[in-house]
Design a protein around this ligand. Sequence first.
Ligand code: DGJ
Length: 711
Amino acid sequence: MQTAKSILLALCACLLAGVQLHAIELLPTFGDIDHIHLPALLVQHADGDQSLQLRPQDTTYIDNPQYKETVIATKDIVQPFYVTIHVRKWKSVDITETWYEISHTEKKPVRLQRFDSGYLPIEGDDPHLLHLHGNWAAEGVPTVERLTRGVKSIRNSDGARNAHLDAPEVMIALDGVPQENYGRVLGAALCWSGNFELRVAATDEKGFHFYAGIDPMASEYVLEPKKVFSTPHLAYTWSNEGMGGVSRAFHRWARTCGMLHNGNATRDILLNSWEGIYFDITEERILAMMNDIAAFGGELFVMDDGWFGSKYQRNSDNAALGDWVVDTRKLPNGLKALTDAAKERHIKFGIWIEPEATNTLSELYEQHPDWVLQERNRELKLGRGGTQLVLDMTNPKVQDFVFNIVDDLLTKHPEISYIKWDANASIQNCGSPYLDQIAKRSNSAYGLTSNLYVDYHLGLVKTLERIRAKYPNVVIQNCASGGGRANYGLMPYFDEFWVSDNNDALQRVYIQWGTSYFFPSNAMAQHIGGSPYLMTGRTTPIKFRCDVAMSGRLGMELQPAHMTDEERAQCTIAFADYKEMRELIQLGNLYRLVSPYQPVPVVERQQVASLMYVSDTKDHAVLFAYGLSSFMKQSSRRIRLAGLDPDRTYTLHEKNIRVAYHHDRNAWGEGEPCELDGKSFTGAYLMSVGLEIPLSTEYNIDYPSRIFELK
Ligand code: DGJ
């Protein structure tokens, strides 16, 4: 019989086979661990036994053009209980994925009480943890803390979304506070869209132990004999180039390893109707907005919430979800008139849906009250609008319904090229009529309610897989009240995600900063909002708003009819310049240069944020610099660039130059570039001495910003 040590040897063999495992130490299971470890796997067997001592039976190595994978089949020494350990190492990028496949042939179901996706031992001089915390309209705030003895747990219990509040990605710097461009840092992402728990435990003086997986709270998984439960993947990387190195590895992995749908494609510039007109959709308003986005040089118009409903109208957030028919009171000529109009204007057309939800005020709920999540004999807890409910995605009939929403839309209107898929409710009612039915049939003693938090997401992914199999080319945005579903569990099915409902350009600098730690820019939807901004009341110049949105997937979300001529002129220039640099911005290598979180005495020294993208060949780069504070006589900041070729000479070209009023033409047009425009420097100079970018108050504007292309 093989011992735990021999599994370690099998893993060493993987190392020899070229799969870099970075000292991964296996799968600590309850019943087979010392007092130092926590279990990553804890099960209750059919006979009540809770121990697990897995020993390897067989090891196979897969070597395909994209990755090397080691597959270790293990079995418990007593029970007919099996775990297959997978370790996949991608070839084009230093990312490893681990996951476990769990099955058994015991007489009755086994309860999985803890079923992590991976475990990593961490040794460092002074480990620090960085995790992203946030909320609606304030996503992606990095929190850094020194790891101390005890167990640190990061969890999300929303049920349906998992990136508001705490997110399923972390970095651990081994030797002190994580730095942007140097230092040993582990980056890890749990590829899952439901409840999770990430734990870092220091139970003795020897080191730290990192565990990541589905949160077992209220989620003990009942596994039937012969069924295979596959945990979500845990993806991780080690970098010697600080947080920047971790981010670049994740971005490349997302784009090239299928973790972002159509990851290597660029995205269109769009106008979304939401903050411009909310639910007040009429054909006339939509056509006017289409005219505007086309006139600016945009490529896509997206009609947001408010277009559907028959018996119940969608005039606010309290009705009609589930009734996916055009509201002909608002759009008398249907969607066809809109897709035709888009075609005439040479732009594409997109539409909003929230397929996993309904309202008590809807025909869907009237017809299928058993399709919503609900607890047995308890009153329904209602969400958004006081009426919103979540559909039971564990139910195959509901999965068909959700598939058909998309299928009907795209079959009837093949011209629709973009879908915004929203999810605005948590799972408040933890019960599934469908799982209850199954449990009744199988005579299960405890029922299957505790499978709900997991099966919901398995059902969702199954539905998304069907949609993608039929519609690989439709661009689908992942939205959940903003960035509530920015996670790698769902990104393989989506082309991009809505970073935040907050379009205040100043706060967006911060939100986008944190979000970029793990997600690539072509996935990050960033929109130019109105000013003063409706949520914060802040007034920001149109150039700043454009420059902030231009660092990711550019779009706009305001009522163009309310824009001034100056704003229109600036947006037209921004769109044209963006198109020229789009490939570099959306697919280039990100270097974060100056963090908006860097504390400075702002009255003396300007608070700045700056980042850049560099092409793989290092011959092309784009630099963004934002002034976040403006005081008289404040000293400006020198920004040192990164990622360039030190021996190459780069010439700076200012982009999206601030507009000026041209009295000779009686019109707004491009103003004067700053003195750096046209100047050349070596990469070595730019990276060691840096640039003093004119962002000072002498320009007499709050929130100054500059963009330079380097060639
Ligand atoms: C929440 C989204 O985040 C918004 O962008 C918008 O689509 C609304 N839902 C519509 O109800």
